[in-house]
Design a protein around this ligand. Structure first.
Ligand SMILES: Nc1nc2c(c(=O)[nH]1)N[C@H]1C(S)=C(S)[C@@H](COP(=O)(O)O)O[C@H]1N2
Ligand SMILES: [Mo]
Length: 501
């Protein structure tokens, strides 16, 4: 038994050496081609929608950490088996390790824009892991020969552990360095946004900030890594059913008139009261100005199929994107170039539509086509093609199940009503009583969220707080419950609190 454990350990160590060095090779070339990340991405793309929904609901943004952890755990179990097999016959154990790498290579090659050079990290793993296993097997035999050599075995183990760790850490460091933003300066907007009024941030403790700081902005995408694109290499092609196909460089894009807008981005995966929503100031070129370069006067298209740098696709209803709303190809966020996580160098932002049908990050192609002819990533997974952001209000403070002192309690949060003229009113209801008007924070524009608060004299006991929003177009937020799939959650945000006696 002890022998088995020892050999299982050799298998795991050899595999970690392969993974660590491959991770470094990937960081230096294309981060997404790191074997574990590639398998993780392949799993994401093949996970059935209900399972994905469940994972996002229960683990939130940690779903990816859990996914990569599970993939890694599975690999290491097989690696241990390979080690045990190598005890009898090295070739069998090494063969299993190579087979594992082959699975990862398959995952790398199924990535939409994969090329042969993307196999480099897998190649590194396919060579390093079996070599490490052989080294361990040989040193083990020598160590257990009559004349000993246990010191050498210990040193070999330590050296290989260090190699694996250094590979992993160096890979991480290189990736981090490459993720640093590029030093570019953006022109001033031709149409600046008015200054954003001071929000209720300092007045209502616990309320969501009126302007989401860029570093706190939610991130939702299908990737485990962040693409590294240089503005100089970037270009946008507009093709499909257009008068003439055009390609625009980053400098050409910046030479067009820029607009600046405060827009609240919202993810369809939010359950009622969910966290994936943020307010930022976006700088970009009007989408219609860009489409006009290619000419869409004669088009029979009904969707804009946008493609990102790795071939991931998002479709946006053409009629909605060009109906006069401030849809843009954004280059700036909160006064700075886009961070890489949020789409550097260029992303789409379309007010009023959930991100999954509008907010393509790292966008490189806009294809004018029809829903009948082409399906985007989420369309194939059953999500709606037409998904306006639903009118919603969220309670930020107090927290659900909070223990409060009786007396004055400030209930507060945010509400959003993009492309409905903005939020006109917010009402609060305690214990199923009458709806009472909350006070609204300042107006940041029709496509921006609004903060609200309500002073409540809390009495001892358990209480239920509910909130609902009204839009400027008269719509009142529905109480009818719907899950995020397929076109966004609805229902009222409601929570329980305890007031001490
Ligand atoms: N290339 C690409 N763009 C994407 C996605 C993606 O997976 N890949 N996710 C979309 C979704 S679902 C949302 S809600 C927004 C989120 O943008 P953020 O991460 O900047 O907040 O990006 C959208 N753009
Ligand atoms: Mo989303």
């Amino acid at each position: 038994m002890r022998k088995h454990l020892l050999w299982a350990g050799y298998g795991v160590l050899a595999t970690l050496v392969g993974i660590g060095l491959a991770h470094l090779a990937a960081a230096l070339t294309t981060p997404a081609t790191s074997p574990v990340l590639a398998v993780g991405s392949a799993v994401i793309d093949r996970t059935p929608t209900p399972v994905k929904e469940w994972a996002i609901r229960n683990f939130g943004t940690a779903d990816k950490v859990i996914l990569v952890g599970s993939v890694l755990a599975g690999v290491l179990v097989l690696a241990a088996v390979a080690g045990v097999l190598a005890r009898r016959r090295l070739a069998v154990g090494a063969g299993l390790l190579v087979a594992l790498v082959a699975v990862a290579a398959g995952a790398v090659l199924t990535r939409p824009e994969a090329g042969v050079t993307d196999l480099l990290p897998c190649l590194v793993a396919a060579v390093a892991a079996p070599l490490a296993l052989r080294l361990l097997a040989r040193t083990h035999r020598t160590a257990h020969a009559p004349d000993g050599g246990r010191r050498t075995l210990l040193l070999t183990t330590l050296a290989l552990t260090a190699t694996a760790a250094l590979g992993g850490v160096a890979g991480r460091t290189v990736s981090r360095l490459r993720l640093r933003p590029e030093d570019i300066s953006l022109p001033a907007p031709a149409e600046p946004a008015p200054p954003l009024p001071r929000g209720l941030d300092d007045q209502v403790p616990g309320i969501t900030r009126f302007r989401t700081p860029t570093t706190d902005f939610y991130r939702v995408d299908t990737r485990l890594d962040v693409p590294v694109i240089s503005a100089e290499d970037w270009a946008l092609t507009i093709d499909g059913d257009v008068d003439h196909q055009v390609t625009i460089t980053f400098d050409e894009l910046l030479a067009m008139p820029l607009i600046e807008r405060d827009i609240t981005l919202t993810c369809v995966s939010n359950s009622v009261g969910g966290p994936y929503v943020g307010g930022a100031r976006w700088l970009g070129v009007r989408l219609t100005d860009v489409l006009d370069r290619a000419g869409i006067g004669q088009t029979r298209a009904d969707q804009i199929l946008s493609t990102d740098v790795d071939g991931m696709t998002i479709s946006t209803p053409l009629a909605l994107a060009t109906d006069g709303r401030d849809a843009m190809l954004a280059v700036g966020m909160n006064g700075r170039p886009l961070p890489r996580e949020h789409g550097f160098p260029v992303r789409m932002v379309v007010p009023g539509l959930y991100g999954f049908i509008s907010a393509t990050k790292w966008v490189t192609r806009l294809t004018l086509t029809t829903y009948a002819a082409q399906d985007a990533y989420w369309t194939r997974r059953g999500w709606a093609t037409d998904a306006p952001i639903k009118l919603a209000a969220r309670i930020d403070t107090p927290r659900a199940l909070a223990q409060l002192d009786p007396g004055d309690v400030v209930v507060g949060g945010v509400a959003w009503a993009q492309e409905r003229g903005g939020v006109q009113g917010v009402q609060v209801r305690i214990d199923g009583g009458a709806w009472v008007d909350a006070q609204l924070g300042p107006d940041g524009g029709a496509d921006y969220w609004r903060q609200w608060f309500h002073r409540w004299s809390a009495t001892p006991g358990s209480h239920r707080i509910a909130v609902r929003a009204t839009a400027a177009d008269g719509e009142v937020q529905t109480a009818t419950r719907a899950e995020p799939f397929p076109d966004g959650a609805s229902g009222l945000h409601e929570l329980l609190v305890q007031v001490r006696g």
